[in-house]
Ligand binder design. Sequence first.
Ligand SMILES: Nc1nc2c(ncn2[C@@H]2O[C@H](COP(=O)(O)OP(=O)(O)O)[C@@H](O)[C@H]2O)c(=O)[nH]1
Ligand SMILES: [Mg+2]
Length: 176
Amino acid sequence: MATETALFNVKVILAGDGAVGKSSLLRRYMLHDFTEQHKMTIGMDCYSKMTKVPGLGAVKVHLWDLAGQPRWASVREGFYLGAHAMALVFDINRPETIKHLPDWISECRGKAARIPVLVVANKIDLPHRVPLDKITKWATDNQYDIIATSPKTEVNVETMFEKLGIMGVNFVLKSR
Ligand SMILES: Nc1nc2c(ncn2[C@@H]2O[C@H](COP(=O)(O)OP(=O)(O)O)[C@@H](O)[C@H]2O)c(=O)[nH]1
Ligand SMILES: [Mg+2]
């Protein structure tokens, strides 16, 4: 296979409470696979993938999967540094994961002040215990992009990561 040199290297982080589906989104995107089992991420996992951004060419996206549980908070601090985009994931079936979104924003903003945020409404195959409209309004009011996903039923996973790549590249270009 021909190797391609990336014109851009983009660091994307996945944040959000434990068990909202961050690792599952990555697993679906990277390995085209899904499992019902939840295995807590230990500290952090990292994956890289070459993608093409229309009009810009080859982009290498480095995806950082953060462990969401409070016990990993001190480990997470360093992961925000140098990030170019953040996926803020919650579980549409667990309202408390939505309530915690502003805490994730504050944790990140302390380390990566202006990175673009994509709010990810995950597990949309399950009953929506908070209406999507309400969260969409919160996201738009705060100038965050939003997408509804399900790695289980394969909804919008590719689109989510493509969006993050583009957001990351735009942030790199803006920061130059
Ligand atoms: N029904 C449903 N379950 C999901 C979905 N995404 C993840 N899960 C399940 O939610 C649990 C937690 O997922 P995981 O990816 O480990 O969450 P993380 O802690 O945020 O990385 C696992 O049991 C997954 O199988 C989804 O889109 N729909
Ligand atoms: Mg995980």
